[in-house]
Ligand binder design. Structure first.
Ligand code: ZN
Length: 306
C-alpha cells in the first residue's frame, strides 16, 4: 500500500491506496504554523491506516515550495525560503520520519519528496489531461501559480525545481501604473498579478465574485496567454493542462487560447498547436486530489525503481 502527503499552503491532505487513483482513506487538516504538530498528525493517520489496511511501503511527499527535492543535497526534504510562518527551512522529511518512529512505524520507509505541483503534474500525466503525451506541462492557478513539466515521463527538476509562476510577463502600461502586484519577492511577476490573491487585491473582490463580463477576466486571459507564450517557447511541451480555482474559472481557457495563438504569431509551427489548440491547452482533469494522488505516485516510483 502506498501513502501520500500533499502539504499545501493552506491545508495538508494525506491518503493511502493500493492503486493511487483509487483512495482507500483520506484526511485533511489545516497546514497551520506548527509543522511539528502537522507531521505528528500525518504519522498518526498513517499508523491507523497501516493497522487497518495493510503495510505501507512508501510515503510520497508533495510539499509547497520553495523546497529542496534533490536527494543528494544536504537540505533534501526541507521547505526552504517560504514566507509561511513556522515552516521556513523546516526539515519536514526528517521530522516526519521521527514522528513515524514515535508511532511505531519505524520501518525506514522511503519518503520521496517533491513539490506539490510536481506531484500534481505526475497525477495529471498518468490519469488526467496529460495521458499519452511524452512531454507535458501542468499549471495550477489558484492561491499561487505553480508549474510542473514532464519530459519522457520524468519530472523536470534542474537546479532545484522550476518556479514557473515567478517568471516576468509583459503588462499593459495602464496596469503597471495602478497595480504593483502582490508577490512578496518580485511584486508583479506572473503569480504576483495573475493568481487569486492578485485578482482580489487588484479588483477589491475575489475572482469567484467577478462576473464573466468583468474586464478583470480580459486581463486575466491576457496574463495567462503571456505566461504560456513563454512556456511554449522554453519547454515546447506536447500539451499544457491548467487547473486550480482560477485556472478552471468558467470560460477562461477559451479566452486564453486565441490570445496565445495570436501572441505566438504562427512561429511555433505545429499542427497540434495551430490547428488543435482546444486539445493542446486543456483543463486539468484529475480534480482537487491531484497533489495527493501524485504523492502516492512518487511513493510507487520509489518502490518500483528499486
Ligand atoms: Zn514572484
Amino acid at each position: 500500500m502506498y501513502a501520500g502527503v500533499e502539504s499545501g499552503g493552506t491545508k495538508i491532505v494525506c491518503a493511502v491506496a493500493h492503486d493511487p487513483e483509487d483512495l482507500i482513506a483520506r484526511t485533511s487538516f489545516p497546514t497551520g504554523s506548527d509543522p511539528r504538530a502537522a507531521v505528528i498528525q500525518m504519522a498518526e493517520f498513517f499508523r491507523e491506516q497501516d493497522d487497518q489496511h495493510g503495510q505501507i511501503e512508501a510515503i510520497g511527499f508533495g510539499s509547497f515550495g520553495p523546497c529542496d527535492p534533490n536527494p543528494s543535497s544536504p537540505r533534501f526534504g526541507h521547505v526552504t525560503c517560504t514566507p509561511k510562518p513556522g515552516w521556513e527551512y523546516f526539515d519536514v522529511v526528517s521530522a516526519l520520519r521521527q514522528a513515524l518512529d514515535d508511532n511505531g512505524l519505524s520501518r525506514d520507509l522511503p519518503i520521496p519528496f517533491d513539490t506539490d505541483v510536481n506531484a500534481a503534474a505526475l497525477a495529471e500525466h498518468r490519469y488526467g489531461a496529460g495521458r499519452a503525451v511524452d512531454s507535458f506541462a501542468y499549471f495550477t492557478v489558484g492561491t499561487g501559480i505553480g508549474g510542473g513539466a514532464i519530459e519522457k515521463g520524468r519530472l523536470l527538476h534542474g537546479l532545484i525545481h522550476p518556479e514557473m509562476g515567478h517568471i516576468r510577463i509583459p503588462r499593459p502600461a495602464s496596469e503597471v501604473e495602478v497595480f504593483d502586484g502582490v508577490c512578496p519577492y518580485h511584486g508583479d511577476c506572473w503569480e504576483g498579478v495573475a493568481a487569486g490573491p492578485a485578482i482580489a487585491a487588484r479588483w477589491g473582490q475575489p475572482g469567484e465574485d467577478l462576473p464573466a463580463e468583468h474586464i478583470a477576466w480580459d486581463l486575466q486571459a491576457a496574463y495567462l496567454a503571456a505566461g504560456l507564450h513563454a512556456v511554449v517557447c522554453m519547454l515546447s511541451p506536447g500539451r499544457i493542462a491548467v487547473g486550480g480555482g482560477v485556472g478552471l474559472a468558467p470560460g477562461l481557457l477559451e479566452r486564453v487560447r486565441p490570445l496565445l495563438l495570436h501572441s505566438l504569431a504562427n512561429y511555433v509551427d505545429s499542427p497540434a498547436l495551430l490547428e488543435h489548440i482546444d486539445k493542446y491547452l486543456v483543463p486539468a482533469a484529475t480534480g482537487a486530489d491531484a497533489g495527493v494522488i501524485g504523492a502516492m505516485l512518487l511513493a510507487e516510483q520509489s518502490v518500483t525503481k528499486k
